[in-house]
Write a protein that binds this ligand. Structure first.
Ligand code: A2P
Length: 321
């Protein structure tokens, strides 16, 4: 597959396509000055990014929308050039909440549709305005949900034109099979962003290469989207900081030297070269640009194998809160 800075979409099973690199936009809302997200998305679009990954949970979709609309108004891009992925959070799984929740995202974005809408995690929390509801003893307030019923409500949103493609996130094989084997399935999930199992999320990077899940998804035409492909922000409130920092890895750095690239660029290249979509977050102009400069070199088969062999089944994200 030939990927270039100018064109780097890969096909989705429903006939649509997805740019293989996107800008992640999660940044702790209380610590992020207003306008930072909008400015970063504008820099990203100017740099050549055409895919933005966001979520209602991130509380900055209005800034993402503002940036996209500004770039469209400038004539830099057209709406169809941009791919926006939004997410249905765990407090909104009830089927009757699905469409209003997506409509709220569209209202914040001030856009008519999103390109991809995904179930963010396969388990549900108590519905309501609290993103992370807990009882008086600090215990999570889980909520019984029926993923197939949620999926049917999502299918109706696609049929209504509010979303072009449907996907999931943090799903393991069993949860994917639940949807894939649903009687009367109308629209298959086109992508899986990660997996959450009993409060532990699954990632996709050289210390956690996910060979089995990747194979299962490939067999079912489900594109894997790697979040935190650089090994996370290492925020101690939700990251296991005793895990080894990915970007300090000796092999990644020596390959970087060979190609005059950074370890981050080598990691991103590794993933796109194996057909995995990457969505590194950066709100730093230099790093936003750095992360996009991955189309002018390629890794040999041996180097790809060497990076795959780094797999240590290390999880960075531990849901420590
Ligand atoms: P920053 O926004 O300051 O660039 P995520 O795991 O959500 O994708 O976040 C990636 C983290 O890695 C962010 O904290 C981001 O910080 C940082 N980062 C992004 N690009 C690079 C890079 N090229 N080199 C080092 N750190 C990076």
């Amino acid at each position: 597959m030939y990927l270039s800075a100018a064109y780097h979409r890969i096909p989705l099973s429903d006939g649509n396509s997805i740019p293989i690199i996107g800008l992640g936009t999660y940044s702790e809302p209380r610590l992020t000055p207003k306008g930072t997200c909008a400015r970063s998305v504008k820099i990203a679009i100017d740099t050549g990014y055409r895919h933005i990954d966001g979520a209602y949970l991130y509380q900055n979709e209005h800034e993402v929308g503002e940036a996209i609309r500004e770039k469209i108004a400038e004539g830099k891009v057209q709406r169809q050039d941009i791919f926006y992925c939004g997410k249905l959070w765990a407090t909104h799984h009830d089927p009757q909440m699905v469409r209003p929740t997506l409509e709220r995202t569209l209202k914040d974005l001030q856009l008519d549709y999103v390109d991809l809408y995904i179930i963010e995690i396969p388990m549900a929390f108590k519905p309501g305005d609290e993103f992370y509801p807990k009882d008086e003893n600090g215990k999570w307030l889980y909520h019984k949900s029926n993923l197939c019923a949620t999926w049917e409500a999502l299918e109706a949103c696609k049929d209504a034109g509010l979303v072009k493609s449907l996907g999931v996130s943090n799903f393991n094989r069993r949860q994917l099979e639940l949807i894939l084997n649903k009687p009367g399935l109308k629209h298959k999930p086109v992508s899986n962003q990660v997996q959450l199992d009993k409060g532990r999320e699954v990632e996709c990077h050289p210390y956690f290469t996910q060979p089995k899940l990747l194979k299962f998804c490939q067999q079912h035409d489900i594109v894997i989207i790697a979040y935190s492909p650089l090994g996370t922000s290492r925020n101690p409130s939700w990251v296991n900081v005793s895990s080894p920092p990915l970007l300090k890895d000796a092999l990644l750095n020596s390959l970087g030297k060979k190609y005059n690239k950074t370890a981050a660029q080598v990691v991103l290249r590794f993933n796109i070269q194996r057909g995995v979509v990457v969505i590194p977050k950066s709100f730093n102009p230099e790093r936003i640009k750095e992360n996009f400069q991955i189309f002018d070199f390629s890794l040999t088969e041996e180097e790809m194998k060497g990076i795959e062999d780094l797999n240590k089944n290390v999880r960075f994200v531990e849901m420590l809160m």
